[in-house]
Write a protein that binds this ligand. Structure first.
Ligand code: ATP
Length: 221
């Protein structure tokens, strides 16, 4: 059996709402996390909740070297509102030779600059969550995740026509051009969907397909 990859340490810069949730989640997943923030109050707030929290200005290369940042392969720049600090920090991490640098951007222009200075991945949490919630409030969709501009995954109740039938009988893919990935019976838990899966009212499906097909499918619920 293939061995699990070891969980690698992650450097998290900025303990705002995004950075702190990220750092705590990584820690709960077993990653060693070094969190850096320039605010003494933030450092104090998280000192008891994360194993390593240090106060430093991440735009200062020497300060980051001193806390051992250069030893990390993975880093997340979770500074958003202070665009200058976000860009300078990303540039410093590139200069320190960190291989994977994920940076949070507030706008498309901010994202482009982060890519130019060397971020390996740029995320837009506010924009992405806004888009996701728009899909959730506009119909009966329970959750929505766009994998890229053209393909999406959605959690949705089944269309009326599928209730009381198996997936195979109804022919979900042929009718709606989406793939049902998994199915959750009312009160139960998710399992992989097959042609024999019987769908009842109150069940939940996770479907994959083009954004337009997924959106159409969810509107039939
Ligand atoms: P969120 O929405 O996640 O709360 P935000 O986008 O409002 O965050 P900012 O206010 O820019 O984010 O910063 C997030 C955190 O980054 C703050 O705790 C702030 O103290 C820290 N931070 C900002 N600049 C620096 C810096 N130069 N060095 C280290 N930490 C910094």
């Amino acid at each position: 059996m293939a061995k699990d990859k070891p969980v690698e340490p992650v450097l998290v810069i900025g303990l705002g709402r995004f950075g702190s949730a990220l750092a705590e989640t990584l820690a709960s997943m077993g990653h060693e996390v070094l969190a850096v923030d320039s605010s003494p109050g933030r450092v104090q707030q998280y000192a008891g909740r994360l194993t390593s929290v240090v106060e430093a200005d991440s735009t200062n290369e020497e300060a980051l070297r001193q806390v051992g940042a250069a030893d990390f392969r993975h880093a997340v720049v979770a500074i958003g509102a202070d665009v200058e600090a976000s860009i300078l920090t990303t540039a410093v991490l590139v200069d320190l030779g960190i291989e994977n640098i994920c940076a949070k951007a507030m706008t498309a222009a901010h994202g482009r600059i982060l890519e130019r200075v060397g971020a390996t991945k740029v995320v837009f949490p506010e924009h992405d969550m806004g888009e996701r919630v728009a899909h959730m409030v506009s119909g009966r969709m329970i959750d929505y995740l766009e994998l890229d501009d053209s393909y999406a995954l959605a959690e949705t109740p089944p269309p009326q026509g599928l209730v009381g039938k198996t997936m195979g009988e109804y022919g979900v893919r042929a009718r709606h051009d989406v793939t049902v990935v998994c199915h959750k019976p009312s009160g139960g838990s998710f399992s992989t969907a097959t042609a024999d899966t019987l769908v009842q009212a109150g069940d939940v499906l996770v479907v994959a397909g083009t954004c337009a097909a997924v959106e159409r499918f969810a509107r039939l619920a």
